[in-house]
Design a protein around this ligand. Structure first.
Ligand SMILES: [Zn+2]
Ligand SMILES: [Zn+2]
Length: 211
């Protein structure tokens, strides 16, 4: 099991490198610390086959343009969040809240149910809208590993008051994740959870259903 977490700092989300014969990067941070991130990634792998964005927000996707060029790796994002990144839209990506520009980045569109294969892990793309319309989670059923972006954290859920956010969608999405048999939870911010992911997600569901 080789998931390397580069913990979020400053404007950056958590960034994850999943190694294997076809390593993938999940989220890229804002791009404001890209040279440090690129150096750290280089300590674990010399290539990346795909960059997957959990959603379009600047703190996750701002670095995609530079990392794509550096590793010559295609960037994938759910089709509902694709236009925001492709066109570098500052409102939809919330780059304006950080006082930054969002670099326009070429992306390939993902759909619910697609499989991303690293050679060691088979991640199913699960569409989890609510924080944004095109938010996704990635789940390996046999290894019980869940990457949840800003849908669910170790404590609580993502905000639903950004552009394209929606509380009732978020409730349905958290419900969907609560039904998975997740052991490991790797969220977009804060600590990861090893072993008790399912009960943490159940707590998050209780919390969000209170709204
Ligand atoms: Zn975030
Ligand atoms: Zn977000």
């Amino acid at each position: 099991m080789t998931v390397h977490m580069f913990p979020g700092a400053g404007c950056d989300s958590n960034i994850f490198l999943v190694t294997g014969t076809q390593p993938i990067l999940i989220d890229t941070g804002s791009g404001l610390r890209s040279s440090k991130i690129i150096k750290e990634i280089g300590e674990h792998t010399d290539h990346i086959s795909k960059i997957i964005l959990t959603h379009c927000h600047f703190d996750h996707a701002g670095g995609a343009s530079e990392l794509r060029k550096c590793f010559n790796a295609p960037v994938y994002i759910h089709r509902f969040d694709a236009a925001a990144v492709r066109n570098g839209l500052i409102k939809e990506t919330a780059a304006d809240m950080f006082g930054c520009e969002m670099p326009a980045t070429e992306v390939t569109e993902l759909q619910d149910g697609e499989i991303i294969d690293t050679g060691e892990y088979q991640f199913e793309i699960i569409h989890t809208p609510g924080h944004t319309a095109g938010g996704i989670s990635l789940f390996d059923r046999s290894k019980q590993i869940l990457f949840s972006g800003d849908t669910v954290f170790a404590e609580g859920v993502g905000r639903w008051d950004f552009p394209t956010g929606d509380l009732s969608c978020l409730k349905r999405s958290v419900h969907k994740l609560a039904e998975l048999d997740a052991l490991y939870l790797y969220p977009g911010h804060g600590p990861c959870i090893k072993g008790s992911a399912k009960s943490k997600i159940a707590n998050a569901l209780m919390y969000v259903e209170g709204f």
